[in-house]
Write a protein of this length. Sequence first.
Lengths: 404, 335
Amino acid sequence: MIGRNLTAAVLAGALGLGLASAAPAQTVVGVTATEIKIGNTNPYSGNASAYGTIGKTIAAYFKKVNDEGGVNGRKITFISYDDGYSPPKAVEMVRKLVEQDQVAAVFQTLGTPTNSAIHKYINQQKVPHLFVATGATKWDDPKNFPWTMGWQPNYQTEGRTYAAYILKNIPDAKIGILYQNDDYGKDYVKGMEDGLGANASKMIIMKQSYEVTDPTVDSQIINLKNSGANVFFNVTIPKFAVQAIKKAHDIGWKPTHFLNNVSSSLASVLKPAGLDASRGLITALYMKEITDPQWQKTQAYTDWVAFMKKYYPDGALDDQSNAFGYTVAQVMTLVLKQCGNDLSRENIMRQAESLKNVELPLLLPGIKVNTSPTDHAPIQQEQLAKFDGERWALFGELFEAYHK
Amino acid sequence: MARRAGVILAVVVIAFAYSLPLYMSGFRLFQFTQVCIYAIALMGLNLLTGYNGQFSLGHGAFYAIGAYISAIMMDQWNIPYGWTIPTAGVLCLIVGFLFGRPALRLEGLYLALATFSLALSVPQILKYFEHWTGGSQGLVLSKPKAPWGLKMTEDQWLYLLTLTVTVLMFVFAANLVRSRVGRAMVAIRDNHIAAETMGVDSALYKSLTFGVSAAYTGVAGALSAIAIAYVAPDSFNVFLSVTFLIGIVIGGLASVWGNVLGAMFIQFVPNFAQDISKAAPWAIFGIFLIGFMYAMPYGIAGGIKRIWISHVLSRVSQKQGGEAVSTTQAQSPSR
């Protein structure tokens, strides 16, 4: 009897010592006293495999965090599977992460169709589904999907940004739109139309679309020029953006030319299209364009290069996707830090919902990450930039599409 | 005797398959649900390629059509999922038969290319009918719950449903290939001129086989839409059709069991390859493919049969005092 009591007392004492740190951790999924498991899927193979480098950068960043002691003493175990951009494979892999690997949270799953496929499941399982890598608008829906959170400004937000600029600065705008005939293209057009409000029907004088399988957009550009438009809203992916910029230049059409952020890369769009032809383009940015010389003297850039050289030497320094992965991994690390010792799924979600005015090195100066239980769209600010023949020169103020 | 052994084996395997929900986690059951779905699709392709000798690189298209028929019926008209499975089968039968008619003029590689065009075009065509198909965003569906108040999880119910459909489809296929129709199919494959001389209507059988093959694949597609609870054009890329071809060749052409083994291969080996190397999973997968083809040129089912035959023959020859059976005989398994 005494013996048993004594054992119990000793046990209780031993537990008591560790209670402050270890006890809560042992009861929650995906977390031990030394480890936090974070799950992810990326297209390392298949059509969208160019984006797979984001997953590799994130893995490299968490390795850096671990080398520097981890998060509150715990190392991050980043489990990332290949989904090949296939929705059924994404479902299988995410179920593996949740049910077999028992991750604490799923983070940065990439692609609109793949995330759509896991959206319901992951919310039913009540697993944090954080900072997904897609520009669709539907991830910011905390009422119906409280466990899912987006990351980048969505396409509609960007469309509204241009609309606000047009309303203010080009009152006699006659807008011609070229867009890709799918949800991505239509989201942008909707953002523009919503932003113009009552003026939309008057200002937008022509809309031309193309299919992603089309060989060129030359005839659409000619039609747009002939319509008499003085503003060109160019919603195209890089291949067609190059064609559109070149063609407009060649036929001597000189509208105010808004180019969507999707194709704002110097290396893959503006240089192939011709720097001279690209002069005067306007786009909306939220991240520092990593090949832009204006940032290459800053500490943020030096740190990024040092990180890449040490942890991801195979990664390209001129690939914006790598800068993207680096930035989003920083915010995830921050959320885990804020969790302190309570790494339950509820608390991870609560902390992800309470980011206040977070600034990150590779976001544009002044852009702040903000979230709340009713706001699952972390970045909603963008700034316009004009291409001066060499770099994107920021101008005007930060634009916020929705005032919270 | 071999026939009876086959039936006993089938009963044991089916009983084992039905017992899986008793001790398997939801995730594993989901994976085996996928295996069942793939097995049905492979059975369909195997009827066409293995038994009838027609090549198809486009069965991903029928899989997609089946999936979308099921998804649109559930999403647009709220039809219970159970009805969507036979509907997908019947509609794919018609589509397959109609496609099979003109494709009759094409043989071998030319037919493979013609069907490949199906696999290429269907995902894009789906985007045009955005009103029904949801465009490239796809359609999000609800996972069915167990009916009749059964105390089962969704995964358990889906697995048992899929398994039951698989067993029914396999029993039908096994009977079909042993019937007069099946013999006609094989005769056309082996020598269509000889078959026609014997009075087999080659054109009719070929397009019928195409239809039945598409129906099987369509049913598999419908089940996949229900199991994944989501369809999008990206789910049915060209690689899916190639995967099916890999499945039947690895499993074993013109073998009913081969489809189950092939389905396991295409479900589990890519994951396994990924566990070995994150950097080059498809290179590892390729090594597995070459390894299997080298070790078992007639597929896994063919390899097992070969081992079994040589085992039986060696026992027979021992009884007869050896010598009677040469090894060359043992090494030429029937397909």
